[in-house]
Design a protein around this ligand. Structure first.
Ligand code: ZN
Length: 375
């Protein structure tokens, strides 16, 4: 497929009735050996000579054997969750009837201490994603994997990849070397805005710092604390002035949960009113800024089972444009296809299922049916 050929996918009814766009499915590099053919000669020799290919770069924040990271019926017979294209096609795409899905590849190669090695690996991973996933499945889109620890090299990778419109956003982890809004990261935001690419900020950490005030003992603590990192990250993005500097930038908080946001914006807005002189570039309360710049993927939905919770969150946020449908395949957050905590045929249901995604990602080309499918 030509690199910049944009494929338009005809929307089809999902299992919920209206069409659906899945804004977070996971694909995983099976092993370092997988990407050796995609590395240049120097790095391939280095990996073999230094035995790097015999190590594992699965993320501490995503241990593959943890039940939460692979639903039993979504695990391949061999290998880690997310490594099998056929399973993604049958279980995620066919299983939910999604018209498009955005693949996120979270891997240790994004956060290596060596910037040059990390950049080489990210280039190889993006080439691998294009060839082994995007070329083989027209319903799939992907995020650009970048060496987050070195924004200059991250920008170079964005420039290299931006011509291929099947890559629809830039992928970062919420917990890197600095708080995400730190000025060091601004070149990444500049490049993303220039190419009309949202920045997908996914749960995950480079572990330069603890997720909490100290190092935790258990994965349980680490996973729960991811949403705390998102709160800190959002406050950082706004306070540092990222959205003032990059007025058309959108960030998609991915696998962050959603129900924490109204409380976070309330606390920010109240405090900001008293100390706003400190950050004169923040001209509006966070609750307003978030409506323009922040989107959140749906799963794992962190609300009680009682009906109407998503509607309540949306009412508190003051916008029905912010939540994007996601399955978080192959992670285990629910059974069957019970991933949508709102009636699909309602205006909010349709916004969450596909309208919000189409507005958030300019590169998603989805031809909607002229007549709504029966629900
Ligand atoms: Zn995810």
């Amino acid at each position: 497929m030509a690199a910049n050929q944009q494929t338009s996918v005809v929307a089809r009814p999902s299992v919920f009735g209206p069409p659906a766009i899945d804004c977070d499915v996971h694909i995983a590099v099976p092993s370092i050996d997988t990407i050796l053919p995609y590395l240049d000669e120097y790095w391939r020799a280095q990996f073999l000579m230094r035995g790097i290919n015999r190590t594992s770069w699965t993320m501490t924040s995503e241990p593959p054997n943890a039940p939460i990271n692979g639903r039993p019926d979504w695990r391949p017979a061999k290998g880690n969750p997310g490594t099998d294209l056929a399973l993604l096609q049958t279980k995620a795409l066919d299983g939910f009837g999604t018209s498009l899905a955005i693949a996120n590849c979270i891997w240790g190669g994004m956060v290596l201490p060596s910037s040059d090695m990390s950049a080489a690996v990210c280039t190889a991973v993006n080439d691998w994603i294009a060839k082994e996933w995007l070329d083989r499945e027209p319903r799939l889109r992907a995020s650009i994997v970048v060496p987050q620890g070195n924004p200059e090299l991250a920008v170079a990778e964005i420039e290299r990849r931006a011509g291929d419109h099947r890559f629809v956003q830039v992928l970062m982890l919420i917990a890197g070397q600095n708080l995400i809004g730190n000025r060091a990261n601004w070149p990444i935001f500049e490049a993303a805005q220039r190419h009309k690419l949202p920045v997908g900020i996914h749960a995950g950490s480079s572990y330069h710092h603890p997720m909490m005030a100290g190092w935790s003992s258990h994965y349980l603590e680490d996973y729960v604390a991811q949403s705390f990192a998102f709160e800190a990250g959002l406050v950082s993005l706004v306070s540092e002035g990222v959205f003032a500097k990059f007025p058309s930038l959108k960030v998609v908080l991915t696998e962050s949960g959603v129900s924490w946001l109204p409380a976070c914006t309330w606390r920010f807005d109240k405090t900001w009113r008293g100390v706003r002189g400190e950050t004169p570039w923040v001209k509006r309360p966070l609750s307003e800024i978030a409506r323009d710049h922040v989107r959140l993927t749906l799963q794992p939905f962190d609300g009680p089972d009682a009906g109407g919770v998503l509607e309540q969150v949306v009412e508190q946020l003051g916008s029905d444009r912010m939540i994007l449908f996601s399955t978080d395949f192959p992670h285990w957050h629910y059974e069957g296809t019970d991933a949508l905590p709102v009636k699909p045929s309602t205006p909010l249901g349709r916004r969450v299922l596909y309208e919000n995604a189409l507005e958030t990602y300019p590169r998603l080309a989805l031809t909607l049916p002229s007549k709504e499918p029966a629900t």
